[in-house]
Design a protein around this ligand. Sequence first.
Ligand code: CAA
Length: 384
Amino acid sequence: MKFDFTDEQLMIQQTAQEFAEAEIEPTSIERDKNSKFPTEIVSKMAELGFMGMMVDPKYDGAGMDTVSYALALMEISKVDASVGVIMSVNNSLVCAGLEKHGSDHIKEKYLKPLASGEKLGAFALSEPEAGSDATQQKTEAVKDGDHWVINGIKNWITNGVSADYHLVIAQTDREKRHKGITAFVVEKGMEGFETGVKEDKLGIRSSDTCSLTFTNVRVPEENIIWEIGKGFNFAMDTLNGGRYGIASQACGIAQASVDVALKYSMERKAFNTEIFNHQAIQFKLAEMATKAEAAKLLTLQACAMRDAGKSYIKEASMAKLYASKVSVENALEAIQILGGYGYVREYKVERFLRDAKITEIYEGTSEIQKIVIARELLKEYGLK
Ligand code: CAA
């Protein structure tokens, strides 16, 4: 295993870091407070190639590797995890899924503008009664001539309000369980398609999350992703990629907690010395930094395996499981180190905690990641 980054990877990381500090940081507290979507920031990220980072340039992507993507996403999320999730969903769940499984028509019509960042995408799998048990889709698509008519409701859709294109998973043959599920591209503005009210969330408040309602939405046959009956496999395969994306987001939050707490510990004095000089604080910082580093290594391992063309299902789930846990733990410790200051908005660490919590829930809860890991272990040991 190599521990050196290439010059290109380091350059991308630095670009993301500088961009995040100059363009994202100044408005992060205000956007969090007012739940304001970072429209201008997303446009600037598109100019940098950050919205379709891993997509082949022939589809207007930036053609970078997965490690570069993770490094950039970590830097963006270090400053603002809301911007991080917008980037992660567009790259990992939307562009990567369409590039791997979309038809030429879909790539030409939808992937290109999504990868260039001209358009924004969302991934609509979850429903009011289908979260972890994703096979229980109630949204239904029925064939009518050369169209499919979609009816149903989707819940908790990241980018739901702002997205132009939605990848919608629906039941097409209830008898066949997961083999009767199909994925479609649905455009904002198609008749009968409505986005719900933006959710008032605990964290990642600058990103938008909403429900989607489909009432007799007519979608052309050519908008089917992969093929009829492959929608569940599409969702699962795509979510593996989403998971190293969310792991990267969580790594960013975990590292930000270390950065803020370390700096504060050298500024704040108690008992006639900087609080860093108290072992109680040093031990916390050492543990936080070690865990942030371990989470980063797990995440980069999953990304490097994808770049090497290897299976990364177990590694992506391990990365998400661990990085999300560490992001919550580190944010809590950072608040403890900052004391009263940690409890107010201005010092940011309270937002890190609010933002971190969702990484243990979306794109597969921690409990789901453990199921995925355990199942992969059985395969690895030749026991299944
Ligand atoms: N990668 C690839 N394929 C997979 C897979 C994976 N990780 N997990 C399952 N599959 C495939 C299986 O191989 C099988 O395919 P075949 O029949 O062709 O062989 C098929 O999927 C069904 O597998 P199972 O019978 O094992 O499926 P299951 O019903 O037992 O569910 C599960 C498995 C892992 C629990 C799955 O339901 C799951 O991951 N649930 C969580 C869903 C989730 O992550 N939701 C997040 C919502 S999206 C979101 O949050 C986006 C956002 O806006 C931020």
